[in-house]
Design a protein around this ligand. Structure first.
Ligand SMILES: [Zn+2]
Length: 289
């Protein structure tokens, strides 16, 4: 991955992150004996489902185990727009989880979709329209893995298990571009996606989860109903729909980490992440709303 802009929010070096994650999961397990916190709604964030050696790729066997766990525990797994409806309706029914994939990689259809279908789960895929049609490439790959093309996106969206929403045109850090560019990225991806899908597009994902008050405002002005960040935590009715929280599932997460993330044991950022993020991206005043 290049230093320019990873596909996800800045994070600690991998081995450190993995060890801290496991320690937190252990603390959660000891504290709760594995009983999940059933308040509010948590939204999970994935990128790829593949055996490739890529920090964004979760092994298919791990994904299958995770989904089997949710099914066995009676979770209802919904896409982002449905999650928004759940939040608007008032108290969240317990064991409801939002499922999202960022960037639109082809392995999501190949590896994740059959698993989701088997369990009757649904998910939102946030796609970068310029990458979808090959005008631009993600900057952090030397050799970019295949992404879904427009024909597949349109067909899959119609089938309904995967629903596609917007993730800018070229995946910039929105904090690093000027007003016109930021507005174009946010507005343009919605317009392009709506033209392709022939339906309203109402949700947006900030690239790498980076946004500030300006980006939030542009998203609202562009006509979206909701936007997701990469800030972990639980979403409650009455919260800001343009700052929805998501918990990323990492490729090194063990099943206990997954259970802890779903159960509320990882609702706050890892220690030191804020400092690391400021070091890497600067703009501490605007990196968070
Ligand atoms: Zn992304």
């Amino acid at each position: 991955m290049s230093e320019a802009l990873p596909g996800v929010g800045a994070s600690l070096p991998y081995s450190v992150k993995s060890a801290v994650t496991l320690a937190r999961s252990g603390a959660w397990l000891a504290r709760t004996r594995g009983r999940p916190d059933l308040s509010g709604l948590r939204i999970l964030l994935y990128h790829r489902v593949s055996d490739d050696d890529d920090p964004l790729a979760l092994a298919p066997c791990r994904f299958r185990d995770q989904m089997a766990h949710l099914a066995a525990e009676g979770y209802r797994v919904v896409d982002l727009v449905s999650a928004l409806e759940v939040l608007r309706a008032g108290p969240v029914p317990s064991r409801t989880i939002g499922m999202t994939f960022d960037d639109g990689f082809a392995d999501v259809a190949a590896e994740a979709l059959p698993v989701l279908e088997r369990h009757g789960f649904r998910a939102t895929v946030f796609i970068t329209t310029g990458v979808t049609d090959g005008r631009v490439a993600f900057p952090w790959y030397e050799r970019q893995p295949a992404v879904l093309g427009w024909d597949e996106v349109v067909e899959l969206d119609r089938q309904g298990t995967l629903r596609f929403e917007a993730h800018t045109v070229s995946h910039p850090s929105l904090l690093a571009v000027d007003d016109d560019a930021a507005a174009d990225e946010i507005r343009g991806s919605r317009r392009e996606l709506e033209a392709r899908l022939g339906r309203p597009v109402s949700a947006f994902a900030y690239p790498a989860g980076l946004y500030g008050e300006r980006e939030r405002r542009f998203v609202a002005q562009a006509g979206y109903a909701a936007a997701v960040s990469c800030e972990p935590g639980v979403n409650l009715p009455g919260g800001d729909p343009f700052a929805l929280r998501r918990r990323q599932i990492d490729s090194r997460d063990r099943l206990v980490d997954f259970k802890a993330k779903v159960g509320g044991g990882h609702d706050s950022p890892l220690p030191l992440r804020g400092a690391y993020r400021r070091l890497r991206y600067g703009k501490p005043e605007s990196a968070r709303v």
